[in-house]
Design a binder for this molecule. Structure first.
Ligand code: GLN
Length: 511
């Protein structure tokens, strides 16, 4: 197996045993980027100093002494995660030259763990989209079939991992943007419980829904990364100050990642979810509404075949109904657009980002401040972002607020209630991530509504703030990967990882 094909957990072990250096590893990824990214288009920026950082870690390793858990491991990040001194564009013209003066919380964590930044990854502009075709800069191709989209909005993150152009990546998920690209590209993606990972330094799309999470080759890798980036951060008011789950329990026997129980944690060690395969006796819920709208037979069959495997491993299947699941989609598009219209008001050309040129106007000046804002924002934002801002402004406006925004919030409460009820009857819900496999580039970009429909099974999870793991479960039409989604109650990530790892063991996983 080539170095770049190895799972992260093995790479950490290999570096620890000095089987190869961080410089060799980093070079191998840079070579893969040079060889393939012209076609794939996952990267918006490749960090020129990655090799130098790798050599520094090699020198530290040679010197003995304790090293952080991921010392010398490269990582790539979705370009809406702020990186100090490195442009962070959100794949938008309006932030084309924006260089943040600070690192996001997750970047601080990864740097402290010894990671080396390889580069920044393509995405739908401001994370609005499901195919990465809304990037202002370029499209990204699905490494499993280059005439297909990689999914979105974290399409660059999923494609980079699938194309072996990064050992792992971070993405963000507001309505499916980690899970759906993971499903389309055949990699593993986790959308953690809302509040589990700090959003400090994540450029906001819809603050009540956004979460950062890992995209990896394997479930174990994913658990390892979440362990590093999760935890309380006072700079994000919605970050949960609660007992830290030990997600890396799965991999602890393989690598010394240390316990992530923070100082002052209220979790007694004994109360953690035990490691084991976790499947025997587990109640898996199948809600029929998750196998309805728009689903193609190949996706349905692959997910149901995976459920059969769990049954064989000792799980009990519980059939349920969650009648309001289909209403999550309209509620999501109202709520997320409303929040986006407010969050994106800050891009006004005054403090940072793109500013329209006044050239050609009367005496080279703007008519007034309105004119200045209007030109800057008209030129700086792409069509999908404008559509969301207009929709969001409309649903928040006096006279329509009650009919749309308030109604959507009521639907949100109902959906949360339906999940609560479902989790009385089952431990974990299994569903498809998306109704179809990856579609052709250009196939849906002319019809936004059709594109939105593809989010029908991923948005309910964000609406309810739940964790969900997306993992490859089989092949669908044209041999393309199908992703299944394991959804659990808040803070059940460890169980989702156990279940995912059991499935990988049974099937060999996506490697
Ligand atoms: N596809 C969804 C949207 O366009 C979700 C995006 C996301 O999760 N960032 O809003």
């Amino acid at each position: 197996m080539d170095l770049i094909d190895k799972p992260l957990v093995e790479l950490v072990q290999g570096l620890g045993r000095k089987e190869y250096s961080s410089e060799e590893l980093t070079q191998a990824y840079l070579d893969a980027i040079a060889a393939r990214d012209g076609e794939i288009g996952a990267y918006l920026l490749v960090c020129q100093d990655a090799l130098e950082a790798a050599r520094d870690w090699d020198a530290k390793r040679a010197g003995g002494g304790p090293l952080p858990p991921l010392a010398g491991i490269p990582v790539a990040l979705k370009d809406n995660i702020c990186t100090k001194g490195i442009t962070t564009t959100c794949a938008s013209r309006i932030l084309e030259n924006f260089t943040p003066p600070y690192d996001a919380h997750v970047v601080e964590k990864l740097r402290a763990a010894g990671c080396i930044l390889l580069g920044k990854l393509n995405m739908d502009e401001f994370a609005m989209g499901s195919s990465t075709e809304n990037s202002a800069f370029k499209i990204t191709r699905n490494p499993r079939a280059t005439d297909r989209v990689p999914g979105g909005s974290s399409g660059g993150s999923a494609a980079a991992v699938a194309a072996r152009e990064a050992p792992f990546a971070l993405g963000s998920d507001t309505g499916g943007s980690i899970r759906q690209p993971a499903a389309f590209c055949g990699v593993v993606g986790m959308k953690p419980t809302y509040g589990c990972v700090s959003r400090y330094g994540l450029v906001a799309f819809a603050s009540s829904l956004d979460q950062i999470g890992p995209l990896t080759k394997t479930v174990e890798d994913n658990a390892l990364v979440l362990n590093l980036i999760a935890g309380h951060d006072s700079r994000d008011a919605t970050s949960i100050d609660s007992p830290a789950e030990d997600y890396a329990a799965l991999v602890r026997e393989k690598i010394p990642v240390g316990s992530r129980t923070p100082v002052g944690s209220r979790t007694p060690a004994g109360s953690r979810t035990p490691v084991g395969d976790g499947v025997k006796g587990l109640r898996i819920g199948l809600a029929r509404e998750f196998f309805a709208q728009g689903i193609t037979p190949d996706v349905r069959d692959a997910v149901l075949a995976a459920v059969k495997k769990y049954e064989k491993l000792g799980a009990k299947i519980v059939e349920l109904s969650m009648p309001n699941i289909a209403n999550a989609l309209p509620a999501y598009y109202v709520i997320s657009s409303a929040e986006a219209s407010s969050n994106l008001a800050r891009f006004d050309g005054v403090r940072y980002g793109y500013r329209a040129k006044a050239a050609g106007l009367t005496q080279g000046r703007f008519d007034d401040i309105e004119d200045f804002y209007k030109k800057t924002r008209s030129e700086g934002f792409g069509p999908e972002v404008k559509r969301r801002i207009m929709l969001g402004t409309f649903v928040l406006s006096a006279g329509y607020y009650d009919a749309y925004y308030k109604k959507a919030q009521q639907v949100r409460a109902i959906i949360r209630g339906e999940f609560d009820k479902a989790f009385e009857e089952c431990d974990t819900l299994v569903s498809p991530v998306a109704p179809t496999v990856a579609y052709k580039i250009g196939e849906k970009s002319a019809n936004p509504l059709e594109m939105y429909m593809g989010d029908v099974y991923s948005v309910p999870v964000n609406i309810a703030g739940l964790p969900a793991l997306s993992l490859p479960c089989g092949k669908g039409a044209d041999g393309l990967p199908v992703g299944m989604q394991l959804i659990g109650p808040p803070f059940s990530e460890t169980r989702l990882y156990q279940l995912g790892a059991a499935f990988e063991r049974e099937t060999g996983g996506c490697l």
